[in-house]
Ligand binder design. Sequence first.
Ligand code: KG4
Ligand code: ZN
Length: 337
Amino acid sequence: MKILGIETSCDETCAAVVADGRRVLSNVVATQVEIHRKYGGVVPEIASRAHLEALVPVIAEALRAAEVGVDGIDAVAVVHRPGLIGSLLLGVTAAKTLAWLHGRPLVAIDHLESHIYAPCLERDALPFPCVSLIVSGGHTSLYYSEGPAAHTLLGATTDDAAGEAFDKVASLLDLPYPGGPSIDQVAERGAPDAVRFTRPYLAADSLDFSFSGLKTAVLYEVRGHGADAKNRPTRLSPQRTADVAASFQECVVDVLVAKTLRAAEVRGADRILVGGGVAANRCLRRRLQEEAEALGLEVFLPPMAYCTDNAAMVAGLAYHYAVAGRFADLDLETRAC
Ligand code: KG4
Ligand code: ZN
């Protein structure tokens, strides 16, 4: 079964064709990073307009690269929540149009659930049941996952998402947009123990997260107590910048790893899955792999190309919906959250 997936929830226009939920036949991503760079973040209205321009060529390229016409596609899958409403609307309208014109069933996909599916692509065996950590620009959540579409929430961020913290701290350190990859890179040259930021573990048995206090601690470390994020970035030496970036990253990774391992212990899971843009972070990947494997747990990480937003994870997950006959109607609505 070949499924065409479409993803436009934020600032990447994505289309992909995946066979039988596993084999990625094509995966096309048109990124808007250059467009939003000068604003230091995603501007929703501009994102919608960029999707409008990119969607048709991106879908055409995904079909061409997969060497299949729309008539060779068994279903059209699209992310309809959560995300920027204008951006979602464009992907959903394109998917409905294709489904209606070609008489193909439509599958509605949740963006976060698709991130959980990313490590399942190009693998023979599925990781379920497992504990799933989703770390993206908008979410930081732990789930107990019993199947591709069966997830119980164990904990979530009470304020900033992990990716959001990376992006904001990068801006405080005057590092290039997007912030996550910049900190990952710069931290390589820094000392992770240069600044000992307080680890936000919350209550002893809590599986929730909180990163906004850490962000403020970095602000004070960089600009002095009582400083304001709106002030101009402070010029730190390259070494000091690297040290603060590495210390911040170490703090976030400590908390993410500790809570994920704790969730696995609480639920008696022997497998851990990680998805979302921050799953591309090399320190997180290394630490989780080392510490989980030392406890005899198996870790499922997505390949780099499937960490940040893409449509292969959407088309892959949709296979399981299609097999179960869970199709959407053409009056499918978009939801921001
Ligand atoms: O999943 P994603 O592409 O979009 C959302 O659904 O939000 O995640 C984007 C987030 C951004 O905050 C970005 O800075 C972060 O993932 N990110 C990283 C890395 N690559 C992307 N954070 C830390 N280290 C990275 N290597
Ligand atoms: Zn995402």
